[in-house]
Design a protein around this ligand. Sequence first.
Ligand SMILES: [Zn+2]
Length: 438
Amino acid sequence: MNNSYWNKEIETMPRKELEEHQFRLFKQQVRFCYNNSSFYRKRLEAASVTPDDLKSLKDVQKIPYTTKADLRDNYPLGLLAVKNDDIVEVHASSGTTGNPVIGAYTKQDIDVWQELMARSLYTVGVRSQDVVHIAYGYGLFTGGLGFHYGAQKIGATIIPVGGGMTQRQVKLMKDLGTTVLCCTPSFAVYLAETMMKEGIDPKTDLKIRLGLFGAEPWSERIRERIEQQLSINAYDVYGLTELCGPGVSVECRAKHGLHIWEDHFLVETIDPKSGEIMPYGESGEMVFTPLTKAGLPLLRYRTGDISVIETETCHCGRTHSRMMRVTGRSDDMLKIKGVKFFPSQVEYAIMSFPEVATQYQIILDRPGALDTFLVKIELAKETADNTQVDLTALKSRILEKIHNITGLSPDLELVKPGEIPRTDGKAKRVLDLRLGKT
Ligand SMILES: [Zn+2]
């Protein structure tokens, strides 16, 4: 593997040194919150903790968690720790219910974000010679500008295309010689489908060689499809508006977990029910403390994202711990007839069948007294065109796989390609029609 780093000293720092560095910053950050945020002053006083009580990283546990509800209750800027004047940019993510979640950045916050996005892009191989096509939404969403800032720092050529206009995007990619694609995984699949329809072969007609995909959960199977259909290397990238946007972690070329940039984020995993800290290596809810955030600092922020953290040094030489692919969000968890499952488990089951396409939908309803559970899956074009395929047998194989993974037996409907509605490539994966019905 060709190892080269954006910041070698930091990225390969021995863990002991890295942890000492984290503790120094953590303590400094708690002090900053204590002195500058009325929200945290009250929180810490209620927990009877002062910054001076922190003697080692273990004492992190003394600090109470911050939750999404805290952000909603203090909407829009109740958690601000600087003067309004010092905020230079605001982003927001659309909450599914109630107030949006606000990200407010000082000049220093933007500089850190840009540095981390540059580091993330460099890690997967983006260089100044690249043409970077950014098809994440621009505007309040952090995707567009986050990648933009990072690519700008590297000195690459940026095509800030944003969302929508799929056919035109394909034309621009071809005409402008795109080498790097940044978008959601479902939009990448949609772009590949559109290219196929237009008779464009990415291998011969495009110069694209890699892509960074995030902002929604995706499986290994979808990675294989994107890599094969677009003829590229596809990497996962992670972030949250609350923490900075994308740039919290990224896969390296080893494609085995996403390196969390621990010089800027302290990560813990906890049991989502009891709130107890879990050892690294076990599946739990990730809790992040941004260590250098000034505008809207957060202490021990519960992300709701379930993952496993590995701390051994990676093949790439980086010492920063790796989070495995997010398997679900604790608040995405669905319950049917008393059984809990994640939509990603159903996706994992479905995507192991090459006979079906990447689009599917989980539909939960309550027409009478009992809940119903339907999974609709689009057939791959080759399967739909081939009259020899035994669809009944295929259905029962898929059902068996879903049952093995989730313990559930949904109704299954195989539909023609294109039948599940999508907006700009993004299909609504879960339709819970039970909401509001009792
Ligand atoms: Zn690595």
